[in-house]
Design a protein around this ligand. Structure first.
Ligand code: ARG
Length: 436
């Protein structure tokens, strides 16, 4: 029996086969459970519209459930001469059930299947990424509260500027993640639409019940227009990539700060020895390699939307095999961001903060604005107060009062941690949107 779904009595050239299948035999394994889920919904619908009998539905359902169990147990593989996961599932079913296995493809195309698989996959993965972002957010907020009183220098132009605090620094990355979460939620909504029924991209002459499959797979909505459904391949991935890149930009920047803060010239934070790495020649070294690798990985992840844009640019309407290559780019990136978020959370939990940074006289000028403002509150006009303090600095006579009293929202003395958490919670409610 040929293993090709499109067998027409000739065998394709081996080299062509290898070149076109590419990494699918391996990457498609991640889609297997979704492929079965899509097929279960499809056959239930086929029975309802009269294309399968009750008995056929029952035996196909049992067959698919058996395959689902095999996938879950890690005993599913795509055989060497089978093209992709869609072919493998149908082949297994046909081997086990005979001709009835061949009936599941009525009104459907692999273009359709891979779309469904990817939507279900992305929906799950984006949710997992969102949960990992949430854990990092919680950790940042926890550290922000823990070190709310610990001052650190704030910089502009990398020059000493005004007092900041670890409360503000940790809290800043937490709040930035709220915006990234919005992008994840948007990508999740885009993925959460049912494309099944678009078949090869132009629908089917069978009276498919697409609303039924939408409900069965718990999709929020449908991609109604079958052409739009096909075009969503690439678009959904692009939205997911943009969200992943947004998260990576935040985490990468945080990693950069920490590389800088760990330098002896800053000495703001340190790590327990076991979380640092050494040098083969310099015996004293305790390097922040984790944050450097994190920065590098995050920078690479920011190329992801571009890679996807280039892969899909100028593709006309309809299915094209180029789209298969999206998996090669996106799947490793999904693993990468999840791993990076986990590592970020772990490292922040162990980060040690220097509580006495500002005792060093070189940071005295951080307080000039505080002192100007103090004079203003005593009735001195701002320009005059600015000049007085400026002249003292100029003469080398400036001595800071070292008192900071910031009260407005989002400042050192009023971090608004609860408000920011509520903002995050509201964004995360998006992920609980019920289906149709
Ligand atoms: N591996 C293919 C992909 O990812 C599956 C769809 C194949 N469809 C086709 N018409 N050759 O796009």
């Amino acid at each position: 029996m040929s293993t090709k779904l499109w067998d027409k009595g000739f065998e394709p050239d081996r080299m062509i086969e290898e070149y076109t299948v590419g990494q699918d035999r391996e990457l498609d394994l991640r889609l297997a459970r979704y492929d079965v889920e899509g097929s279960l919904a499809h056959i239930a619908m086929l029975e309802k519209i009269g294309l399968l009998t009750r008995e056929e539905l029952e035996s196909l359902t049992a067959g698919l459930q058996q395959i689902a169990a095999q996938i879950k147990a890690g005993r599913f593989e795509i055989e060497p001469d089978v093209e992709d996961v869609h072919s493998e599932v149908e082949l297994l079913l046909t081997r086990r059930l005979g001709d009835v296995g061949k009936k599941i493809h009525s009104g459907r195309s692999r273009n359709d299947q891979v779309l469904v698989d990817l939507k279900l996959f992305l929906r799950d993965e984006l949710r997992q990424i969102a949960d990992a972002v949430r854990r990092l957010f919680d950790r940042l907020q926890e550290q922000s509260e823990r070190y709310r009183e610990v001052l650190m220098p704030g910089y502009t132009h990398l020059q000493i500027a005004m007092p900041s605090s670890f409360g503000l620094w940790f809290g800043a990355y937490a709040e930035t993640l709220v915006d990234d979460m919005r992008m994840l939620a948007a990508a999740w909504h885009i993925a959460n639409q049912n494309p099944l029924g678009s078949a090869a991209g132009y629908g089917s002459s069978f009276p498919l019940d697409r609303t039924m499959t939408t409900r069965l797979m718990g999709f929020e909505s449908l991609h109604y227009n079958v052409v739009a459904a096909q075009m969503s391949r690439g678009k959904s991935e692009r939205a997911a990539a943009a969200a992943i890149a947004a998260v990576a930009a935040t985490v990468g920047r945080m990693a950069m700060d920490l590389c800088l803060f760990m330098s002896q010239n800053f000495g703001f934070v340190s790590l327990p020895d076991e979380l640092t790495t050494g040098s083969s020649i310099m015996p004293h070294k305790k390097n922040p390699d984790v944050f450097e690798i994190m920065r590098g990985r995050c920078n690479r992840l920011q190329a992801l939307p571009n890679e996807i844009a280039l892969l899909t640019t100028n593709l006309p309407v309809g299915y094209h095999r180029d789209l298969q290559l999206m998996k090669d780019i996106l799947f490793p990136a999904i693993d990468e961001i999840k791993r990076t978020l986990r590592m970020g959370d772990f490292m922040l939990a162990h980060l040690k903060v220097n509580e006495h940074i500002l005792d060093d006289r070189k940071y005295d000028y951080l307080f000039t604005v505080e002192d100007v403002n103090r004079l203003v509150l005593q009735g001195v006009p701002f320009r005059e107060a600015y000049r007085q303090v400026g002249m003292a600095v100029q003469r080398g006579e400036y001595r800071p009062t070292r008192e900071v009293h910031h009260t407005h929202e989002g400042s050192i003395g009023n971090l608004c941690t609860d408000e920011i958490r509520r903002k995050m919670e509201r964004v995360m409610e998006e992920f609980d949107t019920p289906g149709i």
